[in-house]
Design a protein around this ligand. Sequence first.
Ligand code: MF3
Ligand code: CO
Length: 253
Amino acid sequence: MVYIKTKKEIDFIRDSCRIVAETLRLVANNICPGVETIELDRIAEEYIFSNNAKAAFKGYSQAGSYDYPASICVSIDDEVVHGIPGDRVLKEGEIVSIDIGVLKNGYFGDAALSVAVGKISSDKQKLLDVTEKSLYEGIKEARLGNRVHDISFAVQNYVEANGFAIVKDLCGHGIGKFLHEEPAVPNYGVRGTGPKLKKGMTIAIEPMVNTGTYKVKTAKDGWTVLTQDGLPSAHFEHTILVSNGSPEILTVC
Ligand code: MF3
Ligand code: CO
């Protein structure tokens, strides 16, 4: 069941998404060599609480693992997504993906971005640029008359044309009353297929892009997703609203 949101619901989702975007910006501004990743978690949690909202990922349950223990995900280099903040210290030359979800008034918002820690290699910079651009290529397709896999195809096509690999084991999702709703929004697929996009749908589009193989594995901690070859990965995500004309990006501030 794909939910079409009412105006009132969209306003709640919009508010949660604004808090997500503001928190992401705050965390990104605090990324530099020497910072412990748990410190980023604290900064995010405090800001989310100060907005009378909750961190959506904390306590989230996933089949086969214990509940997610932190407020945000911090994934470094070969960590694709779902890295758990802890005592690891950020080092110059790393890339770090921050993923944040917020729940307020019963509605969710979700977004992610990847940033450089100090100066990074040109290969890593290209990975960041291609991943971010692939998200916008996908968003462009999120309009009336299109289908979900038009988004998927656009993301995959852009990523592969630029020599990178798209992760296939994880995908984007509808979002609203639940963090994960239908439809699933894969980052690869065949144009013109999948559910029809309708006005009032809110979806999170989130390409995860690898430098080498598209294949991933789960770390011993039960959460962190890693590239199988140990090469770096990046992740960008926005929650968007399908509307008349161009989609509206909700996770902006
Ligand atoms: N943006 C990710 C997702 O949509 C974040 C989930 S983290 C988790 O799946 F801890 F909640 F799983
Ligand atoms: Co998401």
